[in-house]
Design a protein around this ligand. Structure first.
Ligand code: PHE
Length: 351
């Protein structure tokens, strides 16, 4: 056995490694030549102790030299195989730069939020400040303070969701999802002194069978003005000015007498139906009568004023409360209130 045998072995190993097709073949070559127990080089190493002492260093150096050549061949081939692999993957993934870019979808303000902003903006031009109040109310503010004591027939009209009092200490006074924004009339009057001019947009709850213009969760906007010399004509003037700003001249307005326990006298405002203009007796949106009720209103009842400590001989005022979705429908032509809450982008993206 000679150094030339070792050199032949290393040449063969380097050639084999250079031709290895994949990492598995490389690993097999590594075991075959460099394996500690049965590798070809180990065979030479084992024989070194049996050599004459003066031949040992030369043999040891030759073994190390062969080992280094084989190892560097292994490293080189490993690198080459990995590079080729990466190249193949990138090639398969190559992007087509001529494709049009994916469209960026920008969010937008929901039509109901747009309407709230519009209502606030218009009433601001009339001197009304926008405020907000709690959606979960007490029986007192939602009903009693508004002249609707327990057992009053008006409670039927405003059935809602009742919530056991989370404080747990007052089972006689459960809370409820407010059925209208009118409780805010009382809260504001308790907190402030006249003159008052506020508008209150907010979510309300009712136990309703839904249809094209009714939802069980919906928005109202409430208005309240209290001062020393306010009359029904101020109320009418404000609401007509509001309607003119919302609709331009497009809708006809119907103002007629109505009843609410907390206003006296009371009235109702309706707008001409934007779907049928009163021409379709089977119209789903207006129910066939050509008008869409938009708001209740009236002069604040003297008993409501007294309850918050205002003297009705000094202060009077008016209040109004309207359905926000209906207003939005009238503005946009959306035919069904339920569309606003189905989150269908094909609908929402139109606004
Ligand atoms: N809160 C009443 C309703 O929901 C509307 C209303 C508000 C009426 C203010 C008069 C004054 O039907």
């Amino acid at each position: 056995m000679a150094n030339t045998d070792l050199k032949t072995l290393a040449d063969r190993a380097v050639a084999e490694i250079g031709a290895a097709a994949d990492e598995a073949a490389l690993e097999a070559a590594r075991v075959r030549y460099l394996g500690r127990k049965d590798g070809a080089l180990a065979e030479f190493t084992k024989q070194i102790p049996a050599l004459p002492a003066k031949e040992r260093p030369a043999m040891g150096a030759a073994v190390n030299d062969a080992k280094r050549r084989i190892e560097s061949a292994l490293d080189e081939r490993t690198g080459a195989l990995r590079a080729a692999h990466l190249e193949r993957e990138l090639g398969a993934e190559r992007q087509d730069m001529t494709l049009p870019p994916r469209r960026l979808r920008l969010g937008r303000v929901h039509p109901i939020s747009q309407t709230i902003r519009e209502v606030s903006r218009i009433f601001a031009t009339l001197g009304f400040e926008t405020v907000e109040g709690p959606e979960i109310e007490s029986d007192y503010y939602n009903f009693e303070a508004l002249n609707i004591p327990p057992g009053h027939p008006a409670r039927e009209k405003w059935d809602t969701l009742w919530i056991s009092n989370p404080l747990g200490d007052d089972p006689a006074h459960p809370l409820l999802g407010r059925t209208h924004t009118s409780p805010m009339q009382v809260r504001i009057m308790e907190k402030r002194r006249p003159p008052i001019r506020v508008v209150i947009p907010g979510r309300c709850y009712r136990y309703e069978a839904t249809d094209a213009i009714r939802e069980s969760i919906f928005f109202q906007y409430e208005g309240l003005a209290i001062d020393e010399k306010l009359t029904m004509s101020d109320l009418k003037g404000v609401l007509y000015a509001f309607a003119r700003q919302v609709f331009g001249g497009d809708r006809r307005i119907r103002f007629r007498i109505d009843y609410f326990p907390f206003t006296e006298p009371s009235a109702e405002i309706a707008f001409s139906c934007f779907i049928c203009e009163g021409r379709d007796p089977k119209c789903h949106t207006c129910g066939g009568d050509g008008w869409i009720e938009a708001a209740g209103c009236g002069m604040v009842h003297p008993d409501v004023l007294r309850r918050v400590g205002y003297d009705p001989t000094t202060y009077q005022g008016f209040a109004f409360g309207g359905g926000l979705e209906r207003l939005c429908m009238l503005r946009t032509g959306a035919p069904d209130i339920r569309l606003f809450y189905q989150n269908d982008l094909r609908f929402l993206e139109q606004f």
